[in-house]
Design a protein around this ligand. Structure first.
Ligand SMILES: NC(=O)c1ccc[n+]([C@@H]2O[C@H](COP(=O)([O-])OP(=O)(O)OC[C@H]3O[C@@H](n4cnc5c(N)ncnc54)[C@H](O)[C@@H]3O)[C@@H](O)[C@H]2O)c1
Ligand SMILES: [Fe+2]
Length: 394
């Protein structure tokens, strides 16, 4: 028998096909949303590029009225979410649709919650309770990264401080993955967001909360991204971008196990150096793999095999290849390359431990071990990081 597990959450319906966004109005009706008012929370750039047209057409064909709030530009904060919520309350919708990257999808989740609860964004902290009357929701991703359409999480900032809230109602009725919407996604956005998804996939496999299901989806997500990122980011291959859209969804499902040290490192480095979330995750990933390698060797071997398909693959070699891939898609592979002063390493270590602890990290996060790791992450020397972590033991 497989090891038992308590829970695995996912959207009720997944659609993955070209033109899926045009079907959202129909699918919402099939899930019991009678023709009525639909509030759309969307990314500003996606709207400007015409990415909402198929969705709007499909809503109208199904007899829905809609109002579009397409002002999401970057990570949601109290200002934008309160504005969107005020518009939603005035419109009194029966359903909410989010369209965009993680920022727009998380905004849609938050607008839904606040519209129903009557609260303000700053009141939301940590695990928040399910609400009677939460509106049916469809989420349509247009980046290939967060997998937010498959998660219980919403991230935002309040007065500059990053926060995550968790609610199982944030899982949508339908996640509509439409490869047409990512066909023209610019190479740098493809690179950063897909490497965020790769970090979700691999970190979740190192999480102590992993289970048979999260290993399955995490391994497959990582395998696809590893195989297809170059074609998508460097050659502009639209089919490869569509593959990454699917992989990012799988990576979102893998987040049922939670991410580990790498995401904490990404937060503290990215916030100081003005990097995107995905750039920070990509930089930290090979080092996270090294830090967490002091677990049962069979797990390391299994992760390497799932990602590469090679039963003899080795996790250290895989982490080197991920660093190489990150450099090839023109993202930083050392903290030095981001301009970070090494004198700030103690401050980074303290912030990871105090503000972004990871009880599910398989190896305890200590000041000494993390400091040694970051010295090597500063110079971008993956091999030295592995050697140092081996020397330290678990
Ligand atoms: N909810 C979750 O489970 C979860 C998980 C990880 C990260 N996040 C959060 O998600 C956010 C990051 O999301 P993201 O990486 O998708 O970035 P994003 O949503 O901020 O979008 C990145 C950029 O790409 C642009 N863009 C989006 N789609 C486009 C398209 N089709 N064509 C051209 N440009 C397009 C946007 O306008 C923006 O400038 C962060 O706030 C992060 O904290 C959430
Ligand atoms: Fe992430």
């Amino acid at each position: 028998m497989y090891p038992e597990f308590e829970e695995f959450f996912s959207p009720r319906q997944l659609m993955y096909r070209a033109g899926a966004s045009a079907e959202v109005g129909r699918v919402l009706r099939e899930w019991g949303v009678t023709p009525g008012r639909v509030f759309v929370v969307a990314d500003q750039v996606v709207e400007e590029l015409g990415g909402l047209e198929a969705l709007k057409r499909g809503l109208t064909e199904q007899g829905h009225e809609y109002e579009v709030f397409a002002h999401i530009a970057g990570e949601p904060n109290d200002d934008i979410v309160e504005r969107a919520t005020a518009a939603a309350r005035a419109f009194a919708p029966q359903a909410i649709v989010g369209v965009g990257g993680g920022s727009a999808l998380d905004s849609a989740k938050l607008v839904n919650y606040l519209t129903v609860s009557g609260q303000q964004l700053s009141e939301l902290v940590g695990a928040i309770p399910s609400l009677p009357g939460f509106l049916p929701m469809a989420l349509v991703p247009t980046t290939v990264g967060t997998g937010s359409e498959a998660t219980r999480v919403a991230m935002f900032s309040v007065q500059g401080m990053k926060r995550a809230v968790v609610c199982r109602q944030f899982l949508p009725v339908v996640a509509a993955l439409d490869p047409d919407l990512v066909a023209n996604l610019p190479g740098p956005v493809v690179a950063a967001t897909a490497l965020d998804a790769l970090a979700h996939a691999i970190e979740s496999m190192q999480s102590t909360n992993r289970n048979a299901f999260t290993m399955l989806v995490g391994g497959e997500a990582a395998r696809i991204i590893f195989a297809r990122l170059r074609a998508a980011a460097l050659d502009g291959d639209a089919a490869a971008k569509g593959d990454l859209l699917y992989a990012a969804y799988l990576g979102g499902l893998a987040l049922n196990a939670g991410v580990v040290l790498g995401h904490s490192l990404s937060y503290v480095v990215a916030s100081r150096q003005g990097l995107s979330h995905g750039s920070g995750c990509a930089l930290a990933l090979p080092y996270t793999m090294a830090y967490n390698s002091a677990v049962e060797p069979e797990l390391n071997r299994k992760i390497a095999e799932l990602v590469t398909g090679d039963p003899d693959a080795d996790l250290e070699q895989l982490s080197q290849e991920i660093a190489t891939l990150t450099g090839e898609v023109a993202l930083p592979t050392s903290m030095a390359a981001t301009g970070l002063d090494p004198a700030r390493i103690p401050e980074l270590v303290a912030e990871v431990i105090e503000s972004f602890p990871r009880p599910n990290n398989p190896v305890e996060i200590t000041t000494e071990r993390l400091t040694r790791l970051l010295e090597h992450m500063h110079t971008g020397d993956v091999a030295a990081a592995w050697a140092a972590m081996r020397e330290e033991g678990a």
